[in-house]
Write a protein that binds this ligand. Structure first.
Ligand code: GLC
Length: 615
C-alpha cells in the first residue's frame, strides 16, 4: 500500500512522478486521502462479494502433483526460487543458486499427460466445477502416438535455420519459395523465433537459442535512427537478416528496429520476448552463466529503462503506437493493448528472477516490484470483463469527477458494441483489448489472454474464467482452425476508419479476426497451466487435420478459420514450431516451467470469484 500523500502521487497503486504533486494537489483536496488500495477496495466490495472457491477446486492439479512428485534433476539449478517470488522479499533477498526445485508448473503432471484422473472425473461431475464443461471426454484421453506431422515439422524447422559464420542464430520467418513477394519473410524475427527457440530447448538443443540471444544483444548496442531521430538505447530489433557474400566469404547482419518496417513502428514486444526467452533458456538448461554476464544484465536493464522511466503516465500500463507487436499494422490497438501489457508483466517478472542484486540491479528490482504491484492491480480490475462487470459498465454513470468515481475512465455505455452482449457467457471472462480514457476496446485478443495466464497476471480464478470462455465460445474463438488472433473482426465503415482501408486486414482475415496456428502453443501452455489439457488436445486435433496438408500456412481466413489466408505464406516457421511446442508440452507438461510463472503469494488476488461463475 502506498499512502500517496506521504510520499508521492498515486493512482491505484501506481506512483506518479514527484513533479506532478503540486499540480494534482491543487486539483484534489489533500484532506481526501486517495490511496489505490482504498479505491480498489471500494471497487471490489461493490463488484466482487463472492465466496472464494476452495483452493483444491481451483487448482486441482496442484493437489494431484503433490501426490506423485518427481525426483529433482540434479544437473540443473534454477530460477524457481525467485519465480515463486514474493514481491516484498524480492528487494533484499540474496540471489540463490539452488538445486532445481520444481514448481507447480514443472512438477509431474502425469495425469494431465495421460488424460484424466479419478479426481478430474469427480470434478467434471461435481456441481459447480468448471472442468470439461463442453469438451467431449474423448479429447481428455491420451493419444500421444507420434503423429507423422511431427517428423515433417522438425525437418521444416531445421530447413528454416539461419547461420552466421557457421553458427545457427535463428530461424527465418517463412521458407516459402513459391511466394513471389519475399518482403521481410526471409528475416529472423525476434517474436517469431520464440516458438522455434522453445522447440529447440525442449528438444535439448540450446545452442541456437544462446547464439540468438547473444546476437540480438549485440544488435541492441547499435545506434538506431529513423531519419534524424535517435531511438532509445534499449530497443531490440524486430528482425535481422544474415547477408552471405559468396565471393568474399563473409557474413554480415542487417537489422530492422522499425526504421524499415511498414509503418515505421518500433517493436515494443521484441525486448520483452528477449527477456522471457533468456529466462526460458536459463530455466531449461540450468545454465546461469549466460543471464549473469554483465552484457545480459545490462541488456535487461536497458530494455527495462525504456518502460520504467517516469513521465506523463497516469497508468502503470505501457502506452504504445499501433503496430508495435504481433499485430504489426494499423488495427486500432494503439493505446494500452493487452498483448503488450501481458508481455510487459511477464518480462518484468522474468527480469526480477534474473537481475543480480548488485548496486545497479537493486535499483531496477525496486522499480519492478512497485510497477508489478500497480500493473497487476490495474489490469485485474480495469481490463477484466465478465458478465457481472459488463452489466455494471452497461449501467455506468458518466462524467463523474474525483476519486470517488466508479466509472474512472468515463466509458460511455453507448460505446459498448452489440456483439459483446451476446458473446459474454454467464460463466467466463477475459481481459479486454484496451482501456484508456473514454475508450474500452471490448475485442478478445488471444495472445494477451494466454500470456496473462502464463505469467499469472490473471488470478487463478480469472485464468479459469478465460478457459471457460474459450470452451463456451469455441466456435467463435477457435472454429475450425486454432486460434483467432482477435474476435470479432471489424468491417465496413469501421474497417475503413480503424485500419485506414488496409486491404490485407479485411474482415476475418490476417490480423482482423484471422486464425493463426502459431497461437496453438500459447493456448496449450495455458491449458496445461489451468489443468485443462483436454482443450489443447481438441485444438491440436484440428491443427493435425489440416496444417500439414495446407503446407503450414501463416494464417487462415473466414469466420470459422476455414480458408487458407488470402496472402498467407506457406511453410511459416512459427506455425511449424508452434505445433511442435504444443505437442512436446502435452507429452511432457513439465516443459511449461520454461514459459510459465507462478502467482505471487503476496499479491493477493483482489478479485474473487465472480457471481457469473456460480450461476
Ligand atoms: C507478420 C506478423 C508479424 C510477424 C511477421 C513475420 O507481419 O504480423 O507478427 O512477426 O509477419 O512472420
Amino acid at each position: 500500500m502506498y499512502p500517496c500523500w506521504c510520499f508521492g502521487l498515486c493512482l491505484d497503486n501506481f506512483t506518479l512522478h514527484d513533479s506532478f504533486f503540486p499540480f494534482f494537489h491543487s486539483l484534489v483536496s489533500p484532506s481526501l486521502p486517495f490511496s489505490g488500495d482504498i479505491a480498489g477496495d471500494q471497487f471490489n466490495r461493490r463488484r466482487y462479494q463472492f465466496p472464494l472457491v476452495p483452493s483444491d477446486l481451483v487448482l486441482s492439479v496442484k493437489t494431484k502433483e503433490m501426490e506423485c512428485p518427481k525426483e529433482p534433476l540434479e544437473s540443473q539449478c534454477s530460477l524457481s526460487e525467485m519465480d515463486d517470488f514474493d514481491l516484498t522479499r524480492a528487494l533484499d533477498k540474496p540471489r540463490l543458486k539452488i538445486e532445481r526445485k520444481r514448481s507447480f508448473d514443472e512438477r509431474s503432471m502425469s495425469e494431465l499427460s495421460t488424460g484424466y484422473s479419478r479426481h478430474d472425473l469427480d470434478m467434471a461431475h461435481s456441481p459447480g466445477s468448471r472442468s470439461f464443461v463442453d469438451t467431449p471426454l474423448s479429447y481428455v484421453r491420451n493419444s500421444f502416438e507420434p503423429h507423422p506431422m511431427v517428423a515433417e515439422a522438425w525437418e521444416a524447422l531445421r530447413r528454416s535455420m539461419v547461420f552466421f559464420r557457421g553458427q545457427p542464430v535463428g530461424t527465418i520467418a517463412a521458407y516459402d519459395h513459391a511466394s513471389e513477394e519475399v518482403l521481410n519473410y526471409d528475416q529472423v524475427f525476434v517474436r517469431d523465433f520464440v516458438p522455434s527457440a522453445l522447440a529447440f530447448l525442449m528438444n535439448g538443443e540450446p545452442d541456437i537459442v544462446k547464439n540468438f540471444l547473444l546476437k540480438t544483444l549485440q544488435l541492441q548496442g547499435w545506434e538506431k535512427r529513423v531519419d534524424r531521430f535517435k531511438l532509445g538505447e534499449g530497443v531490440m530489433p524486430a528482425s535481422f537478416k544474415v547477408l552471405h557474400d559468396p565471393v568474399r566469404k563473409t557474413d554480415t547482419i542487417a537489422a530492422d528496429f522499425g526504421e524499415s518496417a511498414i509503418g515505421r513502428v518500433a517493436p515494443v514486444d521484441s525486448g520483452f520476448w528477449w527477456i522471457i526467452l533468456l529466462r526460458a533458456y536459463t530455466k531449461s538448461t540450468g545454465d546461469l552463466t549466460l543471464s549473469e554476464t554483465p552484457e545480459c544484465q545490462r541488456g535487461i536493464r536497458l530494455i527495462l529503462s525504456l518502460c520504467l522511466s517516469e513521465g506523463f503516465d497516469t497508468f502503470p500500463t505501457l502506452l504504445c503506437a499501433d503496430g508495435c507487436s504481433m499485430v504489426d499494422r494499423r488495427m486500432g490497438v494503439y493505446g494500452y493493448p493487452i498483448e503488450i501489457q501481458a508481455l510487459f508483466f511477464m518480462a518484468l517478472k522474468s527480469a526480477l528472477s534474473m537481475l543480480k542484486h548488485d548496486e545497479e540491479g537493486r535499483e531496477f528490482i525496486e522499480k519492478i516490484v512497485k510497477r508489478l504491484h500497480a500493473l497487476s492491480f490495474h489490469m485485474r480490475n480495469y481490463f477484466w470483463l465478465d458478465f457481472q462487470q459488463l452489466n455494471d459498465i452497461y449501467r455506468y454513470k458518466t462524467e463523474e469527477y474525483s476519486h470517488t468515481a466508479v466509472n474512472k475512465f468515463n466509458v460511455m455505455p453507448d460505446s459498448i458494441p452489440d456483439w459483446v452482449f451476446d458473446f459474454m457467457p454467464l460463466r467466463g471472462g477475459y481481459f479486454v483489448g484496451n482501456v484508456s480514457p473514454a475508450r474500452m476496446d471490448f475485442r478478445w485478443f488471444s495472445l494477451g489472454n494466454c500470456i496473462a495466464i502464463l505469467s499469472s497476471l490473471a488470478t487463478p480464478d480469472q485464468s479459469m474464467a478465460i478457459m471457460d470462455l474459450l470452451e463456451h465460445r469455441w466456435e467463435e474463438l477457435v472454429g475450425e482452425m486454432p486460434l483467432k488472433i482477435c474476435y470479432p473482426c471489424i468491417e465496413s465503415h469501421e474497417w475503413r476508419i480503424v485500419t485506414g482501408c488496409d486491404p490485407k486486414n479485411t474482415r476475418w482475415s490476417y490480423h482482423n479476426g484471422g486464425s493463426w496456428p502459431v497461437l496453438l502453443w500459447m493456448l496449450t501452455a495455458a491449458c496445461i497451466k489451468t489443468g485443462r489439457p483436454q482443450i489443447a488436445r481438441r485444438a491440436i486435433d484440428l491443427i493435425e487435420s489440416r496444417l500439414h496438408r495446407d503446407c503450414w500456412p501463416e494464417y487462415y481466413d473466414g469466420k470459422l478459420g476455414r480458408y487458407v489466408g488470402k496472402q498467407a505464406r506457406k511453410y511459416q516457421t512459427w506455425s511449424i514450431a508452434g505445433y511442435l511446442v504444443a505437442k512436446m508440452m502435452l507429452e511432457d507438461p513439465s516443459h511449461i516451467g520454461m514459459i510459465s510463472l507462478e502467482e505471487d503469494k503476496q499479491m493477493n488476488p483482489v478479485i474473487k470469484r465472480s457471481a457469473s461463475w456460480t450461476c
